[in-house]
Design a protein around this ligand. Structure first.
Ligand SMILES: C[S@@+](CC[C@H](N)C(=O)[O-])C[C@H]1O[C@@H](n2cnc3c(N)ncnc32)[C@H](O)[C@@H]1O
Length: 298
């Protein structure tokens, strides 16, 4: 079992290497993940002057969208990996978003005072943290009473063909072992209630979760393969194990499979994410914004 330091070092190396792919494929990735960010933002009740913390911000979402909704507020974009935050800062500049700052830190050790933020978001970051319980306790600590945290994770692989098509093609040529259930991997938090239990353990209340559909849209099967093989952590790692002829066979296999999803001149591959929201109680145990749960929460 790797130590927390070893997990962080491996994550730094992985995401440092993926940052170029994430910047190159920015618009395709953001279109795919946009509905999840929108669902998260809806339940965070963002005010014009919100102090917001975005964890595992990567290239900046949903933090940058929240900064636009909170022009008198401030959004702190945090991530373990400086290369990812450098992309976020370039995207903020390009979009004219100035009320943000970036801070390199690990989710389980936040450099902020208690009760600093009105809300916290974590889009597709949870599954990579060395200690998810400790990270959740940190989110609860830095939230003000009544503040909410909303995160999103991927549900099981069978409901996410946008990534399983590529992984099945890779498995025809490379050894892709079962992921360590206790180590970072894309589907580590897929079980219903998994993140909710972490929230409850950290004292968050009014916990609710609901699923959100996504669609990865590319111009062609070839473009699907190009973008997946340049930005999905599992695929990039597995492809490093094989030689060029094997990579070419994997590419052909993935392209053939994804062609089944061609529709109206585009390739549209579905997936499903889960959003989880929770609220920090105030000292008296009441929930200041009780009743304001998202309409679509289960
Ligand atoms: C899939 S990306 C998500 C990026 C962004 N939130 C989005 O949805 O577009 C996952 C991010 O988690 C970050 N990460 C991994 N381990 C972390 C940790 N211990 N603390 C904070 N961020 C971490 C990675 O560097 C990467 O940027």
């Amino acid at each position: 079992m790797p130590s927390a330091d070893e997990i962080r070092a491996a994550q730094r190396a992985t995401w440092g290497g993926l940052s170029t792919g994430w910047e190159k494929w920015d618009s395709v990735i953001m279109d795919q993940l946009g509905p999840v960010g929108a669902a998260m933002i809806e339940c965070l009740d963002i005010a014009e002057d919100h102090q917001h913390l975005d964890i595992a911000s990567g290239t900046g979402e949903p933090g940058l969208s929240i900064a636009r909704l909170s022009p008198q507020g401030r959004v702190v974009l945090t991530d373990l990996v400086p290369e990812m935050l450098a992309v976020a800062a370039r995207r903020a500049d390009a979009q004219g978003v100035a009320n943000i700052e970036t801070q390199v830190c690990s989710a389980d050790d936040l450099p902020f005072d208690d009760a600093t933020f009105d809300s916290v978001s974590v889009r597709f970051g949870y599954m990579f943290f060395p200690d998810m319980g400790k990270a959740t306790a940190e989110f609860a600590r830095v939230l003000k009473a009544g503040g909410r945290v909303c995160s999103s994770v991927w549900v099981k692989p069978e409901e996410n063909p946008w990534t399983t098509i590529a992984m099945q093609a890779i498995a025809t040529e490379a050894v892709v072992g079962p992921p360590d259930p206790d180590g970072p991997n894309m589907f580590r938090c897929a079980a219903p209630g998994y993140v909710g239990a972490l929230y409850e353990g950290a004292g968050l209340r009014d916990v609710a979760e609901w699923d959100v559909g996504v669609e990865l849209v590319t111009r062609s099967p070839a473009q699907y393969w190009e973008m997946i093989s340049e930005h999905v952590s599992l695929a990039v790692a597995a492809l490093q194990q094989v030689d060029e002829p094997a990579r070419e066979r994997i590419r052909a296999n993935a392209i053939a499979k994804v062609s089944a999803f061609e529709k109206d001149g585009k390739v549209r591959v579905p997936g499903v994410a889960r959003c989880i929201v929770g609220t920090k109680q105030d000292a008296s145990g009441t929930r200041p914004r009780e009743g304001a749960r998202p309409a679509n929460a289960g």
